[in-house]
Design a protein around this ligand. Structure first.
Ligand code: C5J
Length: 223
């Protein structure tokens, strides 16, 4: 069993060690992805994000079968909103904001139905879930400590949205010394042009923030 594998990627192949690599699934929450959720309420086209569900499901199945580490993140706040900055609360001048009662419970509040991971990608017992109040999953969380304790040095990153929480997290991971492979068909944006630009920015200049590949290239090396 070879623990070192090579995946075809851009700007060049991504070499990783299966035991030192985690699958990081970012913010695949009902409020961002489901029709009738907060994302759609803001006027976003959730079908753009839903395109990623199938690819994530397939990858997750193979990743779990290989016995590898899975870590999830969720964006949300404490019910008393004590971790919600005023600047985030009022941004956008929307009629409803974080903490208000939305279509799937209180918007981006932990424990509410809309804050849950979508049922298609339901976490298993033992898979870490990082609850974060920011976009970057390292900000004000124990993600870095968990990765260090698991001896994880490389991340395969999926989730939503590509230009917001995925990019913020990948940029910080890169500064912290983690190598990130972002899977094009497993990350999604409400805006097609942002999807393309965000992925271009990651892989530009010799992979300035990381690598980009299709999920089937990863699945291939797991079999
Ligand atoms: C956003 C996220 N877009 N998970 N959150 O507000 O990317």
């Amino acid at each position: 069993y070879n623990e070192n594998v090579i995946v075809a990627a851009e700007p060049y192949e991504f070499e990783f060690n299966l035991r030192q690599c985690a699958l990081l699934i970012i913010d695949m929450q009902r409020d961002f992805l489901e029709p009738g959720g907060f994302g759609e309420m803001l006027g976003n086209d959730v079908s753009q994000l839903r395109q990623t569900v199938n690819s994530n499901q397939k990858l997750l199945k193979q990743w779990r079968e290989a016995g590898l580490k899975v870590i999830y993140t969720r964006e949300g706040h404490r019910p008393d909103l004590s971790d919600l900055s005023l600047s985030k609360k009022i941004r956008g001048r929307h009629t409803l904001c974080v903490g208000d009662l939305g279509p799937m419970g209180r918007i981006l509040v932990r424990g509410e139905p809309g804050h849950d991971i979508i049922p298609e990608l339901c976490p298993l017992p033992g898979e870490a879930i990082i609850d974060k109040c920011g976009k970057n999953a390292f900000y004000a969380t124990d993600l870095d400590a968990i990765l260090k304790n698991y001896n994880i040095k490389q991340l395969i990153v999926t989730g939503v949205t590509t230009e917001v929480c995925v990019s913020s997290t990948v940029r910080d991971a890169n500064d912290r010394g983690y190598e990130c492979l972002v899977l094009e068909d497993c990350v999604g944006s409400y805006f097609p042009s942002f999807q393309v630009a965000a992925l271009d920015m990651i892989k530009a200049q010799g992979g300035i923030f990381g690598w980009v590949a299709q999920s089937d290239k990863v699945i291939k090396v797991l079999k």
